[in-house]
Structure formats: structure tokens, C-alpha cells
Design a protein around this ligand. Sequence first.
Ligand code: ISE
Length: 327
Amino acid sequence: MRFGIGVIGVGVMGGTHARTIHGQTVGAHVAAVYDADQKRAKAIAAEVGAAAVFTDPLQLIASEAVDAIVVASPDETHFEYVMTCLEGSKPVLCEKPLAATVEQCRRIVDAEARGSRPLIQLGFMRRFDPAYSAMKSGFDGGTIGSALLLRCIHRNARAPAFFQSQMSITNAMVHEFDVCRWLLGSEIRRISVVSGRRAAVSDFADPLLATLLMTSGQMVSIEVFMNARYGYDIRTELVGEMGVLAMTPPIQLTRRTESGESFGFARDWTARFADAYRVQMQSWINSLADGQQVGANAHDGLVATIVAEAAIKSHLEGGWIELPETI
Ligand code: ISE
């Protein structure tokens, strides 16, 4: 069966997802798209061969041609669209965040639990990235013994124009909140976030530094720097009792010139995580067929939003914020 996918929101992420479904996966096609910008919706629909362009996202969800939905619209719209998918019993791959507030995330988790099966996958694509997957299997396989410390660097060349201070946490750092729980198989116990001198090009606190303590005792450090200028640079180092697993930028081509040897950085996350998006999409499509939920689920989305709220509180008020033992 070839699943008909409806894509809501075809900006940077939704456009990437639509192209990935169309050109890099099997078992599905883009059946319909919606975007507040109808011109953009029509252009993507033509590019990926989608038969329908909707002017109302709720009608897209209800459409018989649509078996499952990708939600990639602005953060504050996720709640309504995901709830509508649940009401119609349609599987949904939702970009992070699951919803804009903890309360909305809880309502989604509860609504999903009332149904007969899980329907939500959250777009924490790093879980599908080959380098992160290799780090996880290396660690789970015992290569470095018990974990002591996880160090994360998350740099963007330029923050999007709409970025504000809290988005460094809600939009960027949330990836690391999910990565540390998934990699270490442990929950976050407490978090502290600080900022110091602001980068000259930033009009919000940038960079940010977070320190986390996991329930299993490991420390995690996270730097998020949204205006690092030189490129998109994601690094993660897992320090264990018997060694280190380090993820450095993937080098495809090095240049050798009079000034030495160098390599380029990805311009943004769509380039760096292209493989992750492809594997994530194929895994989700496969899960539509076999009903086996993969990747981050609604509960992971709720946890990420709770941790983000605690991180913002710590940044504003200072000091450690304790996370609830059960969420
Ligand atoms: C963006 O929204 C993403 O989700 C990227 O993965 C992340 O690296 C970037 O910092 C965010 O702005």
C-alpha cells in the first residue's frame, strides 16, 4: 500500500519533509499540502506531485486521500492540528515542539492514551542520524564502560530573524534535552542555564550554557550559540569510564591550499541532518504499515517541553531547577 501523506506547513522543514517523501522514500506519496502562504503551497505541490492544495488544514486532515499527516507549521498551531489528527485516528509526525505549553502537551498525551494505539511521532530526528545512532550503539555495546559526562555543542551560523532568547531553548536546546535522555537512558533531574557576554550580532542572550544532572548521576553540558557565523556545527562527546565516543562534523571533502588543509561546514541543519530526515521519514512510513511506533513519542515531547520550561526559569531567575521525578 502506498500511503497518502498530507503535509501541513511547507516552509523550511515542511518543504524538506515533502521533498524527502517524494524523492527519497518508498511506500508513500505526498497527497496534499497546506500552507498559510498558498503560493508556497502550490509551488511545493507542483514540485512533489501532490494532487491537492488545501486552504483549510483541518479539511486536509479529514481528507480521504490523506492517511497520515506531517505537521510542520508554526509551533503555536501544533496543538490544534495534532488533536485533530487524534480525533480522526490518523497517525501524525509532528515537528518539535509537540505543543507550545506543558498544559497543551499533557492534553495531547492524555488524548492519545484514550485511543486504541499510539499515533504520534515527534520529529526529534537526531535519533535517526547515523552518527548519533553509532554513538548510541557503541555506548549500549559497552565500548566506553559507564558514562560519566556528555558534552554537547550546538551552533548555528545565523539565527532566523524571528528568533528570541527563549527560542534558543525551546527551538534549539530541546534537541539536546531529547538526545541526553535517549543516549543515556536516564531522566533529567535538574538543570541550570546561564548566559554571559552577548555576541555582538545577537539581540538576545547568545550563547547560552546549560548544565544538567541526570537521575543516573551523569553531568551534561550544552552550549547553544545561534549566531556563530562560521557554519552549522553540532558536536557531541560522551565520556565514559573506559574511553570517549566523540561525534565530530562529517567531513566529505578536505581542501589543501597554501594556507593549509580545511573542510567546510554544513550551512544549516537541513544539510547536516539530511540523512537523519531521510531515515526518520522512511521509519515513520514503515511504522504506518506495521503499526510499530518508532522514534520519540508524545511523552518524549511532553518531557522536552517541561525541561524547556525549567531551563527558561533557571535562565531568568538563576540557580538549579529540579525536575519532577515522574512526569
Ligand atoms: C532548528 O529549528 C532546528 O530544529 C535545528 O535542528 C536546530 O539545530 C536549530 O538550532 C533550530 O533553530
